[in-house]
Design a binder for this molecule. Structure first.
Ligand SMILES: NC(=O)c1ccc[n+]([C@@H]2O[C@H](COP(=O)([O-])OP(=O)(O)OC[C@H]3O[C@@H](n4cnc5c(N)ncnc54)[C@H](O)[C@@H]3O)[C@@H](O)[C@H]2O)c1
Ligand SMILES: O=C(O)C1=N[C@H](C(=O)O)CCC1
Length: 266
């Protein structure tokens, strides 16, 4: 069996460490290198106690891809480096599976074009939890019948980007079926700026950041005399790993960029 050769960027992070544990459990994946912002040249098991994998750490993606044979890059870093890593991987013929959130629309467009030009598969998924993907699909369905909707996302307080990638993706999916509509009182005024949340075509996104949270979202629909709430909770980051493994397998068969796990689920 030919194993899929994987590089993980952000291996010591909350998600990256789960990704390494996931790779260690799989017979068909091989960790060939890690990308970190420190510990150049060390082995990952020398600097992290949660893994016995002994892949070498690089601090520069081009150096890494020049020196190891890789099929897939799993990126779980920051918006700035995630974008640089994804672009460099595509340019080097390595298929990115990207969990990092916070890319701009322009960056997504640019990466889509580049992947098409190079014929390299890319999967960018703002949420790898299967329950979250279903929550987004259910929300899109509900929005056809309930155009008044607010999204409340709740995450741990180390998160860099707001709103979450999941909330942005949910709003995009809802936009596909909902006419733009200003919600609330036509003359409502915020007496404290931001009170009504971010505005996407008149639907509101509220972002909560608190210690103790992992990743949670409620999509609340309102109509006369009734409310519908669609809710998903990730209590542990292991919840994302089924989706990461699925994406690694599927990206090997793609020659373009796919944004959202729903596009590769059967
Ligand atoms: N798609 C999903 O399902 C999903 C789920 C959880 C988190 N995320 C996203 O994944 C990203 C990481 O989240 P996290 O909670 O693991 O964050 P984290 O802060 O725990 O981990 C990020 C890691 O990236 C590393 N890093 C920073 N700069 C780097 C560089 N230049 N090269 C290599 N590594 C570098 C840091 O050292 C850190 O260990 C975030 O963007 C988050 O929004 C996505
Ligand atoms: O922990 C995070 O950060 C997460 N980010 C994703 C997002 O922005 O939607 C998904 C869940 C966890």
């Amino acid at each position: 069996m030919n194993k899929i050769r994987v590089v993980v960027a952000g291996p010591r992070g909350k998600m990256g460490s789960e990704a390494l544990k996931m790779i260690e459990r799989q017979d068909d994946l091989e960790l060939v290198a890690c990308l970190d912002h420190k510990f150049e040249g060390r082995k990952i098991n020398e600097v992290a106690d949660f893994t016995s994998l002994d892949a070498i750490i690089f601090t520069d993606i081009q150096d890494c891809l020049d020196n190891v044979q890789a099929d897939v890059l799993i990126d779980l870093t920051t918006p700035e480096y995630g974008y640089l890593h994804t672009k460099t991987a595509i340019e080097n013929g390595v298929r990115p599976v990207v969990g990092t959130t916070g890319f701009t629309e322009d960056q997504l467009d640019e990466l889509t074009e580049l992947s098409e030009e190079k014929g390299i598969g890319v999967i960018i998924a703002p949420n790898f939890a299967l329950g979250a993907v279903l929550m987004m699909q259910f929300a899109k369905w509900a929005a056809k019948y309930f155009p008044d909707v607010e999204i409340i996302e709740k995450h741990h307080d180390n998160k860099l980007d707001a709103p979450s990638g999941t909330a942005v993706k949910t709003a995009q999916l809802i936009k596909e079926v909902r006419e733009p509509k200003k919600q609330g009182h036509p003359e409502e005024k915020e007496t404290i700026e931001g009170a009504r949340g971010a505005d996407v075509d008149g639907m509101r996104i509220h972002s909560m950041r608190l210690p103790g949270l992992v990743a949670h979202q409620e999509v609340v629909f309102g109509a006369k005399g009734e409310n519908l709430t669609i809710k998903h909770d990730s209590f542990h980051r292991e919840s994302f790993m089924t989706g990461v493994k699925l994406a690694v397998d599927q990206v090997m068969k793609l020659d373009l960029l796919v944004y959202g796990l729903e596009n590769i689920l059967e």
